[in-house]
Design a binder for this molecule. Structure first.
Ligand code: FAD
Ligand code: NAP
Length: 338
């Protein structure tokens, strides 16, 4: 029987650890409960918010609607020759799914180790790290369409994946609830260690032929050394997206800022490191009231204790303004604001 609770604090349901109240709150443990929920037309008429681990969210006010917390669990796999199909419930922890795959020798997700959040949210922003994106291992997902109350399968081509983007964030925003995701992995690892400090760290450890377990451990250790742990310092990872600019825009910037950090992007464009831009404006490690930026990565905004979502949002606006003034580049927030 579904339990719909009222006036629930979301403080423990978002990794920024900010206080906000949900007018209504329901936890979904089985797919059928979504059908049961929407039998009552009341829930079609008020604002709704689907919540996973709350690690990519900033609540700036109370949510005057229904929060639907996804808690559908379960991981299954099927081996077919050298390929492995792994399917996981939306409420599974992403970290635990990656650990499951790495421990079984299923290759492809190891660079995505230790990303917080749920499996169901992973397609929403096509999560990525260390040169691998969700779309590299994504096969399909099952989603519940709120308006029709029908289940739909989305194959990769239908998801509109792009850099930290998908159709679930754009055209279909708030229309579908992802209930499970299927991944295609391999029994033949194709190790990808060219990104960031992975290769150097493997060398430090004297590992010449790394296994996927080695890569996963190194990625996890680098992440722990660089990023604040949300259980002690509230944060939602990178607050802004890395801006993608045209080659002409980049050439202009490079004339004025010869050391500007950049990487090639699709369609002959150039990706700028948002963290570097913010750092150049003097924000790295700064504390402003109860908020600030992280000492090891200026792209991460932090809650130093009891900050409100509005305070963190205000800091993000100040950062956007100063980066725009110095570089003429408008940062976009990656974190979802409510
Ligand atoms: P939530 O924050 O709960 O939700 C995010 C969005 O997805 C919301 O719009 C929500 O409505 C929607 N949503 C959630 N579940 C569903 C569902 N089942 N169906 C439909 N919509 C849904 N991200 C990266 O890409 N790469 C990283 O390396 C990375 N590192 C991070 C490090 C730290 C320390 C932190 C705190 C965050 C990091 N993130 C990273 C961001 C975050 O972990 C990911 O975006 C993650 O996928 C969010 O999952 P979640 O379950 O917490 O989603
Ligand atoms: P980093 O290694 O200091 O690099 C800074 C930025 O430069 C990253 O954002 C990354 O872009 C880009 N970059 C670095 N090496 C690159 C290469 N070889 N090719 C293309 N782009 C390169 O970054 P970090 O902060 O420690 O994060 C490491 C990885 O974890 C990154 O992939 C980052 O996206 C991911 N991460 C994401 C979040 C989040 O919340 N979204 C939080 C923490 C870490 P990309 O971001 O495009 O990779």
């Amino acid at each position: 029987m579904l339990q719909i609770r009222e006036n629930i604090s979301l403080k423990n349901f978002n990794t920024f650890g900010v206080e906000a109240y949900a007018r209504f709150f329901v936890e979904i443990n089985h797919e059928e409960e979504l059908t049961e929920l929407f039998l009552d037309p009341k829930w079609l008429q008020i604002p709704r918010l689907v919540l996973g681990g709350g690690s990519n969210m900033l609540f700036t006010q109370d949510f005057d609607g229904l929060v639907i917390r996804m808690n559908i669990r379960g991981i299954e796999h099927r081996i077919s020759h050298e390929e492995v199909y792994v399917e996981a419930g939306a409420g599974e922890s992403w970290k635990e799914l990656v650990d499951y795959c790495v421990n079984h020798g299923f290759a492809g997700m190891e660079n995505l180790s230790l990303i917080p959040g749920s499996v169901g949210a992973s397609p929403v922003q096509n999560i990525g790290a260390y040169g691998v994106e969700l779309q590299d291992v994504f096969e399909s997902c099952q989603a519940f369409e709120i308006a029709s109350q029908h289940k739909k399968t989305f194959v990769k081509e239908a998801c509109g994946f792009d850099y930290r983007e998908s159709i679930f964030k754009t055209e279909l925003k708030n229309q579908f609830i992802i209930t499970s995701v299927k991944f295609k992995l391999s029994l033949q690892p194709q190790i990808n260690i060219k990104y960031g400090a992975i290769e150097a760290e493997l060398q430090n450890r004297g590992i010449e032929k790394p296994s996927i377990l080695d890569v996963s451990k190194v990625v996890s250790d680098i992440r722990v050394s660089k990023l604040p742990d949300p259980s002690t310092i509230g944060n939602a990872g990178s607050f802004f997206q890395n801006p993608i600019v045209t080659k002409a825009e980049f050439d202009n910037l490079k004339d004025t800022f010869p050391t500007i950090v950049n990487y090639p992007a699709d369609n002959d464009k150039v990706k700028l490191a948002a963290g570097w831009l913010i750092e150049q404006c003097g924000w790295k490690g700064k504390t402003i009231g109860r908020t600030g930026t992280w000492k090891n990565q200026a792209l991460v905004l932090v809650n130093h204790g009891n900050a409100s979502g509005a305070e963190i949002y205000a800091l993000s606006s100040q950062i956007i303004d100063s980066v725009y003034q110095k570089f003429g580049v408008k940062l976009q927030r990656e974190v979802n604001i409510y």
